[in-house]
Ligand binder design. Structure first.
Ligand SMILES: [Zn+2]
Length: 455
């Protein structure tokens, strides 16, 4: 019996401390056997004769299958990528894209949500993880990660693969920031993405990572993308503080990982700018690479990343980067801008086209009940609303946001000291945008938003 990557399987005997019946996902072929990812996030090596395929949610008892999710995913894809030709396939245990197609798991069953008899996938929280994963991958395409080809460029580094990994992290931070910024008025889009990223941080325990380098990188990714490390979301994970206190030899003498961590976080944070492109990500990634190389030296080339982390290739774009100078070259950048604008035009999809598609699916019974596709962004014109109402509405909205913000602040109090704020600031962005819509100049709006007193 042979298995494919992404297949959900169960053990027919006890294996490596896991009981018979434990379910997992095939992540890799390995010799005669396979790597199986267990529900606790650990990977075990398993011979094929102790495996049995689980291929439907009836057998597993919970989860959402790709087939169930795919009508919704195709509407969401239409909303984000419009007429750009990007396929949508199942079969990858870890969501990924090469810019031409998006690959998602066969089934997502992280959350043990028991459906009522006859209930469809519409309210299953695993569906949110599908949509969130799709948005992440689609955001890479929407914001231009795949317009470049870095295959030659990375060769100048001692460890090209590590440079790729770091660029992946910076790009993840950039595209998620831009997605949240663009769709800030659209909770149906922002929420699945935020919930998915936070869920993934929650289940990825960094106490289990042996390599210091890998651990630092994973914590950095978690913090920069979601605003939290695993330890900050799981009070039971105690190892992080101890890890950050650890000292290492730097060219300037002994330093703690905490110092390095904060320094790297400050670098990644710089990509959170409305006009940041993949070129800015490369510049930042290069600086991070140098700092990590100073800290870890040759260990860097041997470092391996966890199998659960997506590694995009960025090798398929039309703008080829070969030498260091290409990153700052005005010629390459203007080529990028042209391609980017062209692509953006094809992504612009009219709300009525999305609605037409939703209507068609509803008529054909393809859309699960309970699922609400995203509505258009809140309209620009607030005509018909008098100023008093507008102010009341704004104040209420701000109060709601402050509630969130306050929770974040409370959380921060108990965090490891020295972390700088990594959170996307929805309050500031919201005020800035609303003021601009009300006719304030961008500079003035930014100034007022920045000087905002949280009270
Ligand atoms: Zn990514």
């Amino acid at each position: 019996m042979s298995y494919n990557i992404g297949d959900v399987v169960k053990l027919t005997e006890d294996v490596s401390g896991y009981e018979k019946g434990t379910k997992g996902i095939i992540t890799k072929e390995c010799g005669e056997g396979y790597h199986v990812k267990c529900p606790d996030g650990e990977f075990i090596h398993v011979e094929p004769y102790v495996l049995e395929k689980v291929d439907s949610r009836e057998e597993e008892g919970y989860g959402v299958t790709f087939d169930e999710a795919s009508p919704i995913l195709s509407i969401e894809k239409l909303g984000i990528l419009g007429r750009v030709n990007v396929g949508l396939h199942s079969g990858n245990p870890v969501p990924n894209t090469d810019g031409k197609a998006i690959y998602l798991p066969q089934i997502i069953s992280f959350i043990k949500y028991k459906r009522r008899k006859g209930e469809n996938a519409g309210n299953d929280p695993n569906l949110t993880l599908y949509v969130g994963s799709l948005f992440h991958e689609a955001a890479h395409i929407r914001y231009g990660s795949f317009l470049i080809d870095i295959s030659d460029y990375v060769q100048q580094f001692e460890s090209p693969e590590i440079m790729r990994t770091i660029l992946n992290i910076v790009e993840d931070v950039r595209v998620e920031y831009l997605f949240k910024k663009e769709f800030i008025d659209d909770p149906k889009r922002v929420k699945p993405l935020v919930q998915t990223e936070r869920y993934l941080v929650k289940i990825m325990d960094t106490d289990n990572i042996d390599s210091d380098f890998t651990r630092l990188i994973v914590m950095l990714t978690q913090k920069a993308i979601s605003g939290y490390t695993h330890g900050e979301l799981n009070k039971k994970t105690r190892g992080e503080k101890k890890f950050l206190k650890k000292k290492y030899k730097s060219p300037e003498g002994k330093r703690s990982y905490a110092e390095l961590f904060v320094e790297l976080l400050d670098e990644v944070e710089q990509v959170k700018r409305a006009d940041a492109t993949v070129f800015d990500s490369i510049e930042i990634a290069e600086r991070i690479y140098r700092k990590l190389h100073d800290a870890f030296g040759d260990e860097l080339s041997e470092a391996e990343m966890p199998e659960t982390m997506t590694q995009h290739s960025f090798d398929t774009g039309r703008i080829r980067l070969e030498r260091k100078e290409d990153i700052t070259s005005e010629d390459k950048r203007s080529k990028f801008r042209k391609e980017y604008e062209k692509q953006k035009k094809r992504m612009d999809v009219k709300q009525k086209d999305i609605e037409k598609e939703i209507e068609r699916m509803r008529e054909e019974g393809e859309l699960p009940e309970g699922y609400e596709p995203p509505k258009p962004k809140s309209p620009k014109n607030k005509k018909g609303r008098n100023v008093g109402d507008y102010v009341k509405w704004l104040i209420n909205k701000l109060k709601g946001m402050r509630g969130d913000k306050q929770k974040q602040e409370d959380n921060k109090q108990s965090q490891i000291s020295g972390f700088s704020g990594a959170d996307f600031d929805p309050l500031k962005e919201f005020v800035r945008r609303k003021l601009e819509e009300r006719g304030y100049s961008p500079q003035k709006a930014e100034e007022i938003a920045n000087n905002l007193n949280p009270e």
